[in-house]
Design a protein around this ligand. Structure first.
Ligand code: TMP
Ligand code: ASP
Length: 241
């Protein structure tokens, strides 16, 4: 698969056109950013780990009936994906209160949320990804009511699938962010699922195994991602056809 013109370069990934107008190449870089791009570092091997990790999760989700953009791994750091018309909204499900939720609502860090809660954020770094509601999404035509309904339902479905998967591997899926896009009249899960965009705690010790290690300067960031991958059975060494 020949990479064409670079379409977009985000904080951790770059996206290239291919000869097929319906497909893109996503390149996972080692760049790691937090606080909307204020803290940035290159972490060795992170692009490779995240590329393989996201492909693994997307395959698992497809197997469980969730339609995603993922086609196949192309190389250590590249994946072939369907070209989606992205909805500029982030869908967050939280099983345990932490992060911005605690700052915003003054609730205790670490309490279980029963039922899990859901939030929409606008994808806009300059505005620091403000929280928005369904009315904003409809009034600004970012998505239709039926797309909103699908995003909420699908994100909770992903939560059910992944909570069980991480739990079986000794981890708590604390919260995560998903992004969706349109393809051929359907809504597909796009972007990525990696420890950059979720929070994972060891079930017994509650040790952080996600990007909070970077945000908080705890060290061992990629090592933690590799530990998560190993516990799930993601083969980081398997040859890519
Ligand atoms: P928050 O506590 O900072 O709102 O984040 C909630 C979860 O969503 C956390 O797992 C990180 C993820 N997230 C992103 O990956 N990117 C974002 O821009 C936002 C707002 C959240
Ligand atoms: N808002 C997310 C974070 O704090 C993503 C980012 O800023 O890069 O990490």
């Amino acid at each position: 698969m020949e990479k064409g013109k670079e379409l977009y370069s985000g904080k951790a990934k770059s996206v290239f056109e291919t000869t097929d107008p319906t497909q893109l190449v996503m390149v996972f870089r080692d760049d790691t950013s937090a606080f909307d791009g204020i803290k940035v570092e290159k972490l060795n091997r992170k692009g490779m780990v995240n590329n393989r990790f996201s492909a693994f999760i997307m395959d698992q989700l497809e197997g469980a009936g969730v339609a995603t953009h993922h086609e196949r791994l192309l190389s250590e750091t590249e994946s072939l994906v369907k070209r989606l018309d992205m909805i500029p909204v982030e869908c967050v499900v939280r099983n345990i209160a932490t992060g911005s939720l605690c700052k915003r609502l003054g609730v205790e860090d670490g309490i279980d949320l029963t039922p899990p809660t859901f939030e929409f954020f606008l994808k806009n770094d300059d505005l620091h990804d403000p929280m928005i509601n369904e009315y904003h999404i409809r009034s600004f035509n970012w998505a239709s009511q039926s797309e909103i309904d699908v995003m909420i339902e699908r994100t909770f479905e992903v939560n059910d699938i992944l909570t069980k998967m991480f739990s079986a591997a000794g981890m708590l899926l604390v919260d995560f962010k998903l992004e969706y896009g349109r393809f051929d009249g359907a809504l597909l899960l796009g972007d990525e699922f990696t420890p950059d965009g979720c929070r994972l705690w060891d079930t017994d010790t509650r040790k952080k195994l996600d990007k909070d290690r970077f945000r908080r300067g705890l060290g061992g960031v990629v090592e933690a991602y590799e530990e998560v991958a190993m516990r799930l059975g993601v083969d980081l060494g398997q040859p890519i056809a």
